[in-house]
Ligand binder design. Structure first.
Ligand SMILES: [Zn+2]
Ligand SMILES: [Zn+2]
Length: 245
């Protein structure tokens, strides 16, 4: 694999890292693309989500929709949040970028996720002046991984949309075992008490909060986080995920 050093980032030298000049989608060379790690052909496979879409989870409606407030992806969810936004479908190159960021220390992927977020119509207005709250990892998992990808995504969004701010308000107090082997009901039960407000942190009822996570799958994680903020007094809680599963 051909590697070269990225330009140093003024905002966060922690993110200074190497990124591949190979495309994460096809392995080909990346040149004349708006992305650093996705070639021009593969970048056409990003599926940015546009209107009309589900107001709860942000999944696009194809054709006629019975209701704007729910879709097949979130019909079982009793949302504790107002609105949900997803930037793009969790497929193709976005899937590769998020996997790299989450499991392979691929901090270089943030640069391309930023480009994608920048091109999402209406995202800046949606975020506005909100406090962006990353979904926390359990301290054990964060130690193992060395970072929390949702926190890195929030940092990137705040630097892109400086009217917003980062608010690390939540902690994961229960070490839920990896969620993938559970069905929906078990996930919800496991998650219900997994999150809490960090000690010495308070909610400003006048502030709008947005829970930020990498991927919307069943919505149970962002919903559990929203419930904690609501119980602590938050009146406006919305959700933003980069990908929709
Ligand atoms: Zn490619
Ligand atoms: Zn939905």
């Amino acid at each position: 694999m051909k590697l070269h050093l990225s330009i140093s980032r003024p905002l966060d030298s922690f993110l200074e890292t190497v990124f591949p000049s190979q495309c994460v989608g096809c392995g080909g060379v990346v040149d004349s693309s708006s992305f650093s790690s996705v070639c021009e052909d593969c970048s056409n496979r990003f599926q940015l989500i546009e209107e009309p879409k589900c107001l709860t989870c942000g999944f696009p409606f194809y054709g006629e929709a019975e209701s704007r407030t729910h879709c097949m992806h979130c019909e079982h969810l009793t949302p504790e949040f107002g609105q949900g936004w997803s930037i793009a479908l969790f497929r193709g190159p976005l899937r590769e970028l998020i996997y790299a960021l989450k499991y392979k220390d691929g901090f270089w992927a943030l640069r391309d996720i930023r480009v994608l977020a920048k091109s999402a119509t209406g995202l800046e207005e949606y975020i506005g002046e909100a406090s962006l709250v990353p979904v926390p990892l359990h301290p054990r998992k964060q130690r193992e991984r060395g970072y929390n990808q949702s926190q890195l995504l929030v940092k990137e969004l705040v630097s892109l949309f400086p009217r917003s701010r980062q608010s690390d308000l939540l902690e994961r107090s229960v070490d839920t075992v990896s969620q993938t082997q559970f069905d929906r009901k078990q996930r919800i039960r496991n998650l219900k008490n997994a999150f809490s407000l960090c000690r010495n942190r308070a909610i400003d009822p006048a502030q709008r909060y947005i829970i930020v996570d990498d991927v919307f799958t069943t919505g149970s994680t962002v919903n559990a986080c929203s419930a904690v903020l609501r119980r602590a007094g938050a009146r406006a809680v919305d959700v933003l995920t980069i990908g929709h599963g």
